[in-house]
Design a protein around this ligand. Structure first.
Ligand SMILES: [Zn+2]
Ligand SMILES: [Zn+2]
Length: 262
């Protein structure tokens, strides 16, 4: 299984994953052209994408979704509430590319088995995913204000976890965001802070996770090094040895991150 974050952050998200010849995107939150150019960087052909999984309807996750589906005839997988919420923003989608999943059943797309779980976010039915190749598993959890028991259970044991580390609480507090937006971000339906990500990372490493990618960083209220250092401090403080017990990286906000082979 191969994983690469094409873009990850509050200004647009798209993740790439492949297993043998099956290739998926998770979200398409930038223009079709920008996602195509990111795929080109990792020498992948958008014509070979088997589907796009959608976490939720916010524009930083669906901006290029309609265009990519039309241009390359790609099926879109979203839950029914999310379809209802985003359909008006996508433009015309071919009926055969409208696919659904729910939280109660596993979804099989070619060589992947995908289980969706709920995240706690101000979207109609936001989802995270545990994607299994038969040999390895990848968990994706961004856009959540808290870690729910369901999230913890779904992500435990995943070999690689992509985990939101959105903001530093003191930067958010001191920053220039308006009051309502600060309240939204730090609410139970907002985004995970670096500290929460670090504590979650520790629980995941204890449950067997070997690779952690911190993701969906805020441009205003975080720095990659600060996100990294916060989780690294929590892990090493509990006796975890970085690079030996777990490989910790931070997904880039505005470009392709390194390819991780599982
Ligand atoms: Zn969101
Ligand atoms: Zn988002």
């Amino acid at each position: 299984m191969k994983f690469c974050s094409l873009y990850s952050g509050s200004s647009g998200n798209s993740l790439f994953i492949s297993n043998n010849n099956s290739k998926l995107l998770i979200d398409a939150g930038l223009s079709g052209v920008r996602i195509q150019s990111a795929l080109k960087v990792i020498e992948e052909n958008p014509n070979e994408i088997s589907g796009i999984l959608v976490t939720h309807e916010h524009s930083d996750h669906i901006h290029g979704l309609g265009v990519l589906s039309r241009r390359f005839d790609i099926p879109i997988y979203a839950n029914e509430d999310t379809w209802d919420a985003m359909i008006g923003d996508l433009g015309k989608i071919a009926p055969h590319n409208v696919k659904t999943f729910d939280f109660d059943h596993a979804l099989v797309v070619e060589d992947f088995e995908i289980k969706a779980f709920k995240t706690s976010h101000d979207a109609v039915a936001s989802a995270g995913f545990c994607i299994n190749s038969g040999k390895k598993s990848l968990g994706i959890a961004t856009d959540s204000g808290i870690i729910t028991a369901e999230m913890m259970e779904s992500l435990s044991g995943c070999d690689l976890v992509v985990l939101e580390s959105n903001h530093d609480p003191s930067m958010l507090e001191a920053g220039r965001y308006p009051f309502y937006l600060k309240q939204r971000i730090k609410s139970d339906f907002g985004h995970l802070s670096n500290e929460i990500a670090g504590n979650m990372a520790l629980a995941l490493v204890k449950a067997g996770t070997e690779q952690l990618v911190l993701a969906h960083l805020s441009q205003e209220n975080n720095y990659p090094l600060l996100a990294y250092e916060t989780t690294a401090r929590i892990l090493t403080g509990a006796g975890v040895i970085l690079k030996k017990d777990v490989i910790l990286t931070v997904a880039k906000r505005s470009g392709v991150s390194e390819i991780i082979e599982l």
